[in-house]
Ligand binder design. Structure first.
Ligand code: ATP
Length: 512
C-alpha cells in the first residue's frame, strides 16, 4: 500500500511509542521539547546501530582506534574551536505567529520546492517519451531551465550573504522570495539575529564567570585534545583515525521533526589524521566509504545523495553531507568535512602545547590535516525506522511489519511453544536458554501463534521459532521468516549456526 509521506511519518512516531522504541522525555510532566528517551526496544536497536558503526570503523580498520572522552571539557576548548564566537544559527521571528525559524532553513526549503518542481517536470516527461534522457531534457526544457536559473541565483546570493555575515541581506532574500510563515501565512518578519547554540552550566560550588563550562556541542573536540595522547601511547603512524560515539548538546532554535533535530543527541564521529596535501584524496575516500556503509543497510540506494556545502565552516576546505530521503524530504544524515589543520593549530595556540607529528620519512614535524566523518545516531535510527516500517496488504488481511536489517533488529528470534502444555513450554524455554548466550531472543506463549507472529513482525524480529508436538519426537522446530512469511522445519541443533549466518553483524560487515 502506498502511503502519503506525512502519514508515514505520523505512523513512525506512533509506532515508536506504541512498541517501546521512543518516548517523549519526562512525558508524565507533558514532555520536554526536542528531548526523547529510548524505550526497551529502541535502546536495543540504537545500540545495534552504534555497534555496527563501531565495528565497521574501528574493528575493521587497523589504523583507527576508538576513545570515550568526557562530555565536560575545559572551557578554553570551545574558545579555541571557535564555538564560543561562531557556533551560531541565524534566526528570524514571524511577528504574527511569534514562531521562530532558522533563516537559512527557510531559504533552503524554498529552494527545495523549486527542485521538486524540476523533478515533477522530469517525471512527467519520462512517462511520455521512450528512451528518455533526463540530462538532455534538463538542459533543453525551457521551464526546467527557468527553475534552475532561479535556484542558482538564490544559492549564489545566499552564499555571498553568509560569507559576508550580512544578516540584513539574508532577511532581504527572505523578503524578496516572498517566503511566508507556515503558521500565520504572513510576511511580517523581524530582523535576522545570530543565536549561540551551546548550553552552559557551572562547575564546582562558586558561581563566578570562570566556572562556566559548556555541554559539548560536538564530540570531535574530545578527539582533538587527545590527539597526542593517542598518537604517542598507541604509537600511531599517519594516516590514522580516532573514533568516538557519545552525547552532544545543542540549543536548537527550531527543534521539530521528532528525533531528527534534538537538543540532546548522539554523534558517531571519526577524525582521520593525514599528511598535509593528501587530505583531498582522503576526503574522497571517506565520502565513498561512508556511503557504502549506509548502502549496506539496504534501505534503498535511491534514498541517498551527496550535497556539497554552499558555505564552508570556518575550519573546512571541503565539506559535504550525505543526505537521506526522510519522510519529510532529503535532509542531512552525515557530514564529511576536510577540517585542515585548523583544530589542532588552534589548540596548540590556546594551550601552548605542541600537537604535531614527527614524520620519520621526511625527518620533520608538522601538524596533521584532518578529514572528519560525523553521523547522528538518532538520525540514522530515524532513517532506518522510517524506511523499515511497512503496511502490507495480505490476501485477506493487512499486517504491520518492520523490515529492519536482521543484524540490527532488537530481537534476533522469538521462540513460541505452540500451546501452553504437553511439555512444549519447557522445550521452548530450553531452546531460549541455549540461544541467549549469543543472541537477544524473546519468548512468547500468549495468544494464538498468528497473533504472536504479528507482534514480532511489528517489532522487526527476523525469525520466529515454533515448538510443536513433532518437536518432542524428532527435535525439529518450524522457523518462520519475517519478510516472506515462509516456514521451514529445522533441527534444533542447527538453530545457532542458522542464526549466526543470518542475523550476525558479520552479514553486514562482509558487504563493506
Ligand atoms: P544541521 O544542518 O541539520 O543542523 P549540522 O550541519 O549542524 O546539522 P553537524 O555539525 O555536521 O550537523 O553534525 C554532524 C551530524 O550530527 C549531523 O549530520 C546530524 O546527523 C547530527 N546532528 C546534528 N545536530 C543534530 C540534532 N540537533 N539532532 C540530532 N542529530 C543532529
Amino acid at each position: 500500500m502506498s502511503q502519503k509521506p506525512e502519514d508515514i511519518f505520523k505512523n513512525v512516531i506512533s509506532h515508536s511509542k506504541e512498541y517501546g522504541f521512543i518516548f517523549q522525555s519526562s512525558e508524565i510532566y507533558d514532555g520536554l521539547s526536542a528531548v526523547y528517551d529510548y524505550g526497551q526496544l529502541g535502546a536495543e536497536l540504537k545500540k545495534n546501530i552504534r555497534d555496527y558503526w563501531w565495528k565497521a570503523m574501528v574493528q575493521m580498520h587497523e589504523n583507527i582506534v576508538g576513545i570515550d572522552a568526557a562530555i565536560f571539557m575545559h572551557p578554553t576548548t570551545w574558545k579555541a574551536s571557535g564555538h564560543v564566537d561562531a557556533f551560531n544559527d541565524p534566526l528570524i521571528d514571524n511577528k504574527d505567529s511569534k514562531k521562530r525559524y532558522r533563516a537559512d532553513v527557510l531559504i533552503e526549503e524554498h529552494v527545495a520546492k523549486l527542485e521538486d518542481k524540476i523533478n515533477k517536470e522530469v517525471e512527467k516527461a519520462a512517462k511520455k517519451f521512450e528512451n528518455f534522457d533526463a540530462a538532455l531534457f534538463k538542459s533543453t526544457n525551457g521551464r526546467v531551465k527557468e527553475y534552475q536559473e532561479k535556484i542558482d541565483a538564490i544559492n549564489a546570493r545566499f552564499k555571498t550573504a553568509l560569507n559576508e555575515n550580512n544578516l540584513q541581506e539574508v532577511k532581504q532574500i527572505i523578503v524578496d522570495l516572498e517566503i511566508v510563515c507556515p503558521i500565520s501565512g504572513s510576511r511580517n518578519w523581524t530582523d535576522v539575529r545570530q543565536f549561540n547554540l551551546m548550553f552552559s552550566t557551572s562547575i564546582g560550588s562558586v558561581s563566578d564567570e570562570s566556572n562556566t563550562i559548556y555541554l559539548r556541542p560536538e564530540t570531535a573536540q574530545g578527539i582533538f585534545v587527545n590527539y597526542l595522547n593517542v598518537q604517542k601511547t598507541g604509537r600511531m603512524k599517519l594516516p590514522f583515525g580516532i573514533a568516538q560515539t557519545g552525547k552532544a548538546f545543542r540549543n536548537e532554535i527550531v527543534a521539530r521533526q521528532f528525533i531528527f533535530r534534538m537538543r540532546e543527541f548522539e554523534q558517531m564521529e571519526m577524525q582521520f589524521f593525514v599528511k598535509p596535501g593528501t587530505e583531498m584524496q582522503w576526503y574522497e575516500h571517506w565520502k565513498q566509504t561512508r556511503l557504502k556503509w549506509h548502502l549496506s543497510l539496504n534501505l534503498g540506494a535511491q534514498k541517498y545523495r551527496f550535497h556539497d556545502h554552499l558555505k564552508l565552516a570556518h575550519y573546512a576546505n571541503a565539506a559535504c553531507d550525505i543526505e537521506f530521503e526522510f519522510p519529510f524530504g532529503f535532509k542531512e544524515l552525515e557530514g564529511i568535512h576536510s577540517r585542515t589543520d585548523f583544530d589542532l593549530k588552534q589548540h596548540e595556540q590556546f594551550s601552548g602545547k605542541k600537537l604535531q607529528y614527527f614524520d620519520s620519512e621526511l625527518n620533520q614535524s608538522y601538524v596533521p590535516y584532518v578529514v572528519e566523518t560525523s553521523v547522528g545516531l538518532d538520525r540514522l535510527f530515524l532513517a532506518v525506522l522510517s524506511s523499515a516500517l511497512k503496511e502490507e496488504q495480505l490476501e485477506n488481511d493487512t499486517r504491520t511489519v518492520l523490515q529492519l536489517p536482521a543484524a540490527i533488529a532488537p530481537y534476533k528470534a522469538a521462540i513460541f511453544p505452540l500451546i501452553k502444555k504437553d511439555g512444549l513450554p519447557e522445550l521452548a524455554e530450553k531452546i531460549m536458554q541455549n540461544l541467549k548466550f549469543d543472541f537477544n531472543v524473546a519468548y512468547d506463549e500468549k495468544d494464538t501463534v498468528g497473533k504472536r507472529y504479528r507482534r514480532q513482525d511489528a517489532i522487526g524480529t527476523p525469525f520466529c521459532i515454533t515448538v510443536d508436538h513433532q518437536s518432542l519426537e524428532d527435535q525439529t522446530v518450524t522457523i518462520r521468516y519475517r519478510d516472506s512469511m515462509q516456514q521451514e522445519r529445522m533441527p534444533i541443533a542447527n538453530l545457532s549456526v542458522f542464526l549466526a549466518e543470518n542475523v550476525g553483524i558479520k552479514t553486514l560487515l562482509q558487504t563493506l
